[in-house]
Design a binder for this molecule. Structure first.
Ligand code: MLT
Length: 318
């Protein structure tokens, strides 16, 4: 029975180093088979997951030897952290390590939406040379509305400044007087005001009870006619049916989404619309980010198993 279970696709030099020291079971499809996962976790001391493995309270309570749950990423919405705390299981994660990769993907989405690059590429690749069909618009002078101005939202704002965009944001938790708001030149507004004024609305909130379907029929109806919507946070923050409707009616000009309500999604839906760019939850997947993420969580798993202090511990009070 392995001491460390890795039920998703996670790799890298830091994991190899862990394998040299501990008995590690890596099975990238184990997250899909709940009963096999329960069995694997019975005697395990550590489990390293991404966002696909659901570590429910029930599963955590059955894993009686578990000392540490490591989340190779930032979001903890797939882990019952209360159940882990009850059992004194340390939860470690990588809250900063992939932020830049996600922010850069959002910037890529902005440029692709403004100039319709995916459609122009597909059309040209099929043998056409339709220059007049692909007259886009410039980002300069347009308003970017950031919903959530935490680490990733701020990184997006900093880079959008280089494109001379006007920046507005809504963040329930950010005090207006913190210096970074001024430095970035962002105007903090109410949620509805951001929706009503932005040409592009980019979502950067974590999935929590209060952010489930934060973007639904009403919110899309508040957005400007012809605006675009971007989501690189969590799929469940958006009511996908409402987003589809806003895109089909033409109220929204376009959308770019990296995350879906169900992953992997059923075929069709958003992905079948030609004013949507879809990617398979790759925001965090840059080579550099993954090296940082895997190193951080593997070092912390090693620390806990050797009785040392881990560095990136999630605390329910923080
Ligand atoms: C994260 O929460 O860090 C990202 O969504 C990446 C992931 O889940 O692997």
């Amino acid at each position: 029975m392995a001491e460390i279970i890795v039920p998703e696709a996670i790799s890298g030099p830091a994991l190899d180093a862990l394998k040299a020291e501990f008995d590690v079971l890596c099975d990238p499809s184990l997250w899909q088979d709940e009963s096999a996962l329960v069995l694997a976790l019975v005697n395990a001391k550590a489990v390293i997951v991404r966002n696909q493995t659901r570590l429910s309270g029930e599963l955590i309570r059955e894993a009686s030897q578990l000392k540490v749950i490591a989340r190779a990423g930032a979001g903890l919405d797939n882990i019952d952290t209360a159940a882990a705390a009850e059992k004194n299981i340390v939860v470690t994660y990588a809250p900063r390590e992939n932020s830049l990769a996600v922010a850069e993907l959002a910037l890529g989405f902005l440029l692709n939406l403004a100039r319709d690059i995916p459609a122009a590429h597909a059309d040209t690749q099929s043998g056409n040379w339709n220059r007049g069909q692909f007259v886009g618009s410039e980002l300069s002078g347009k308003t970017l509305g950031l919903v959530g101005l935490g680490r990733i939202g701020q990184m997006v704002a900093k880079r959008a400044n280089a494109f001379d965009m006007s920046l507005i944001a809504y963040d329930k938790f950010l005090p207006e007087d913190i210096p970074v708001i001024k430095e970035l030149g962002v105007r903090l507004l109410e949620f509805d005001e951001v929706l009503q004024q932005a040409d592009y609305v980019s979502c950067h909130v974590p999935l929590q009870e209060e952010t489930y379907h934060l973007f639904s029929k009403y919110q899309f109806s508040q957005m400007k006619q012809g605006a675009c919507f971007l989501n690189t946070s969590r799929g469940e923050v958006v009511d996908e049916t409402a987003l589809c409707d806003a895109l089909i009616s033409g109220h929204l000009r376009g959308a770019a989404v990296d995350v879906r309500e169900t992953e992997p999604p059923e075929p069709g839906g958003l992905a079948a619309l030609n004013n949507v760019i879809v990617t398979p939850h790759i925001g965090a997947f840059s080579q550099e980010a993954q090296l940082r993420v895997v190193e951080t969580v593997c070092n912390d798993v090693r620390a806990v198993l050797l009785g040392k202090q881990p560095k990136s511990v999630f605390s329910r009070n923080s």
